[in-house]
Write a protein that binds this ligand. Structure first.
Ligand code: HSE
Length: 429
């Protein structure tokens, strides 16, 4: 049978990994795909860089766009990255040429996924993006195919390995955020711009993709609520343990009575749940289908091997002639409603205050909570230092976020409250 001829744009860690994987497993992949998969053409910035792969016999294009037009290329793999610029232009040109696109580019899909899906459908071709979310975990396949018969009510994931590494190491070694982040950068976990990781943007790109698939919604990145982990302190981590939680950066999309909630933020996760025990650079996704019941996937979210594994799985689908709607259904059938505003979120909250240890402070705080209709489940104070700063933790019962933020604005303005209060949402699993 005729080979599937692959053009790769971007020969960084992942691109070189895809070439290595296709060569290492050449026979098994051909058997599974029913035809050989061969790389015919590549494009990257620097032809001479040492990548651990031979480029002999491959067509080299200085301009990645040439891959879309090259008659020796049946499918284009976009590994350039970024939501705009060449990645977007190449994706559009590939689809316009009627060729399938395989990409690891979460920012591109989260930002332009609706338009790209329309372009793919108009051209009668497909977009494979297993590598865009949680690297080696086949979560796109799980949602788009394996769970296609279900109504999904909730998706919750640890979608950024850098943040999970930082939070895990802070807890295990009792170190501060900035110190541990520097390690993560040295180890090469963080994105080129680490703020994408630690401010939650990378996880939000991935959540937008998962939410679109899970709930049949037009991708709506700008309506997500996004917070990162910069403000998490060792003190919060210690209190979390005391209350039976672990702090994780979660991406959550859930069906509520008022609409679909989509948010990325640090969360208190009960210690006895699977997500709480996903540590270090590992990613995980917890799904709930109405007929399937709970499904839990865990694995490596980044790196050469896991990401190449996901890219090649998509290429095998292309070789087999599998074509699934980009977002699991026709682009025109997707619901365009934005995510629920965070002010409408209902849940329990962990609130930490730094207050002056003096009579009446707690009474003032309690009065404000009472005035906002917020009921407390428990509280703790560590230490006794009359006239000095002490931390106080308050855990609320289920309440609406608008009430909590109103109360915190007033509490933060009290003279006896020395720092802006910390708020961490509690997520039941
Ligand atoms: N920088 C990402 C992470 C990996 O730390 O999980 C690629 O999405």
């Amino acid at each position: 049978m005729t080979a599937l001829r692959i053009g790769i744009a971007g020969l960084g860690t992942v691109g070189a990994g895809v070439v290595k994987l296709l060569r290492a497993q050449v026979h098994a992949i051909a058997a599974r795909a029913g035809r050989p998969l061969i790389v015919t053409a590549v494009s990257a910035r620097d032809r001479t860089r040492e990548r651990g792969i031979s480029l002999e016999g491959l067509i080299w294009h200085d301009d990645p766009l040439a891959l879309a037009a090259d008659p020796n290329v049946d499918v284009v793999v976009e590994l350039i990255g970024g939501a705009e610029g060449m990645a977007k232009t190449l994706a559009e040109a590939t689809l316009a040429a009627g060729k399938p696109l395989v990409t690891a580019n979460k920012a591109l899909l989260a930002t332009h996924g609706a338009a790209l899906a329309r372009a793919a459908e108009a051209a009668g071709t497909s977009i494979g993006y297993e590598a865009a979310v949680a690297g080696g975990i086949p979560v796109i396949k799980a949602l788009r195919e394996g769970l296609a018969a279900n109504r999904v009510d909730r998706v919750a994931g640890i979608l950024n390995g850098t943040c999970n590494y930082v939070l895990t190491t802070m807890r295990e070694e009792g170190r501060g955020f900035a110190d541990v982040l520097a390690d993560a950068q040295t180890l090469g976990y963080a994105e080129a711009d680490p703020s994408f990781d630690i401010d939650g943007v990378d996880a939000a790109h991935k959540l937008a993709i998962l939410a679109s698939l899970a709930f049949g919604r037009r991708i709506a990145f700008s309506s997500l609520h996004v917070e990162g982990i910069r403000n998490i302190t060792p003190l919060d981590i210690t209190f979390a343990q005391e209350f039976g939680y672990r702090i994780k950066l979660l991406g959550i999309a859930a069906r509520t009575e008022d609409g679909i909630s989509m948010r990325v933020h640090p969360a208190m996760v009960p210690l006895n749940t699977p997500l709480a025990n996903v540590e270090g650079v590992f990613n995980a996704v917890s799904l709930e289908g109405d007929f399937s019941g709970p499904v839990f996937l865990q694995g490596r979210g980044a790196g050469e091997g896991p990401t190449a594994s996901a890219v090649v799985a998509d290429l095998i689908d292309v070789a087999r002639g599998v074509r699934i709607p980009v977002w699991g259904m026709a682009a025109t059938a997707l619901d365009p409603a934005p995510a629920l505003p965070i002010a409408q979120h209902e849940g329990a909250y962990f609130l930490r205050l730094m207050v002056v240890d003096q009579p009446g402070v707690l009474a003032d705080v309690m009065a404000i909570l009472r005035d906002h209709g917020i009921s407390l489940a428990s509280m703790a104070q560590h230490g006794r230092r009359p006239g000095e700063a002490v931390p106080i933790v308050l855990v609320t019962h289920e309440t609406r976020e608008a009430a909590v933020s109103g109360a915190l604005a007033q509490i933060g303005a009290l003279e006896s409250v020395l720092e802006p209060p910390a708020l961490i949402r509690i997520e039941p699993q």
